[in-house]
Design a protein around this ligand. Structure first.
Ligand code: AMP
Ligand code: MG
Length: 417
């Protein structure tokens, strides 16, 4: 008897798979209010509109003297110092023909139109009236060293729009317009589990006690960390054995009160791969063969109200498919608008002689000469490549690479934030 291999489903282009996946990601309806202190990485659920201008008044950007340019005559004019204005104070209108001692951040007095920094003045001793004076070493330009009111933010401006992901600088900007609390998307609740009878947990079995065939569960560690970076609440359900009943039970538990069930391993179609039949029993599942390397098998489905995503087990495949597919999915659930990483064109400083029919994501690192070096072992099991590398080269199908070729570089800094 001849055993016929079942027909292989056609490979799907990554862009098509991503578009379909994102089509399933409806932004979570509920928002929450958080302290601006705690909002880093969260996605704004409101436009931030400024009720004031920043800076509120013209102010000095130097320690020095405020004066009126029209009062100056001759190359080294002398002016009496008529008042002192520190940051936080508000000065009086400038007396004609005088200067005001002023410090960085202090409001520019009415009538002054330039600041001379103290290094450009000679301080003269006080005269009989008790006021000191300054002699200018050089003449100022009108407007110099004045930070204009509203030059950062005008009143009524939208400083950040709904759908923006907050960064440390955006927290500062929100604070600068007086916002101590922000409306953000709620955290997606994600249930995470790893499948595989070969997996053991570091800390539970010492390296010298590992049985043949066992490996440590590495995916659990980076997937959990990646989920946290994306603002998720993670329920870590640990390792689920390669058995149908255990897989069904884990999925049923995970479907409760989670937006997404994320698994690694067991998404192929061997007898030891229980994810597909189990998800199909409880809900529905599409198993995709995506035309990428690493990371071909990928599953999307539903279990009750929860989304289901099954990542491949090989660590680098799991890592790369998370970055390319799960990351934008989770950002879209939070209503984020910017889902695609920036791509930089950089020269390859390596040779990639074997074109693949799949789109490849090679682990590379920028070098001091402005080019990219390739990690020597691109196997989907070699996690060292993802640590050594600082990004991926997105290489189109059928493409070889010669030194000097411009390639598409996606830095991990874009994908891990
Ligand atoms: P699978 O997708 O379950 O067929 O697994 C593919 C390969 O990835 C096998 O060599 C597994 O041992 C390995 N693998 C699966 N899950 C993990 C994990 N959580 N950590 C490390 N390696 C894994
Ligand atoms: Mg497995």
């Amino acid at each position: 008897m001849t055993l016929l291999r079942p027909p292989q489903p056609p490979l799907r282009p990554l862009d098509e798979a991503l578009a379909e996946l994102l089509g399933h990601a409806q932004a979570l309806a509920d928002h929450e209010e958080v302290s601006t202190f705690d909002a880093d990485g969260r996605v704004l659920a409101q436009d931030l509109v400024s009720a004031l201008q920043v800076p509120p008044q013209d102010n000095s950007s130097m320690d020095g003297y405020a004066l009126r340019c029209a009062d100056l005559t001759g190359p080294n004019p002398v002016l009496t110092v008529s008042q002192r204005i520190a940051a936080g104070a508000s000065g009086a209108p400038l007396t004609a023909g005088t200067a005001a001692r002023i410090f960085t951040g202090a409001p520019v007095p009415e009538g002054a139109d330039a600041i001379v920094m103290q290094e450009d003045c000679e301080l003269l001793p006080a005269e009989g009236d008790g006021l000191s004076a300054i002699r200018l070493r050089k003449l100022p330009l009108p407007g110099q060293w004045i930070r204009r009111a509203g030059e950062d933010v005008t009143r009524g401006a939208v400083v950040l729009a709904r759908g923006a992901r907050l960064t440390p600088a955006s927290l500062g900007l929100a604070a600068s317009i007086g916002l101590d609390r922000l409306q953000v998307a709620r955290r997606p609740r994600v249930a995470l589990f790893s499948t595989g009878d070969e997996l053991v947990m570091p800390g539970e079995v010492a390296p010298e006690q590992m049985k043949p065939g066992s490996i440590y569960n590495s995916n659990r560690f980076f997937l959990r960390a990646l989920l946290h970076r994306l603002g998720c609440d993670v329920s870590d359900l640990g390792i689920v054995p390669d058995r149908r009943d255990a897989t069904l039970a884990a999925l049923q538990l995970a479907a409760q009160e989670h937006d997404l069930i994320l698994t690694s391993g067991g998404v192929s179609v061997g007898e030891e791969d229980h994810i597909k039949p189990a998800v199909q029993t409880l809900g529905r599942l599409d198993l995709w063969q995506i035309a990428i390397k690493p990371g071909k098998p990928f599953a999307y489905g539903r279990v009750q109200d929860a989304h289901f995503i099954g990542l491949p087990g090989n660590p680098v495949s799991s890592f790369v498919t998370f970055l390319l597919l799960v990351r934008p999915f989770l950002l879209k659930l939070q209503g984020a608008l910017d889902l695609a990483p920036e791509i930089i064109a950089l020269p390859a400083h390596f040779t990639w002689p074997r074109a693949d029919k799949r789109r490849e994501f090679l682990r590379v690192r920028r070098n001091a000469a402005g080019g990219l070096d390739l990690f020597e072992n691109q196997s989907s099991g070699v996690l060292t490549s993802a640590v050594w590398g600082d990004g991926l080269v997105d290489n189109p199908p059928g493409q070889t690479i010669a030194p000097g070729d411009l390639v598409r570089f996606v830095p991990f800094s874009e994908l891990l934030a």
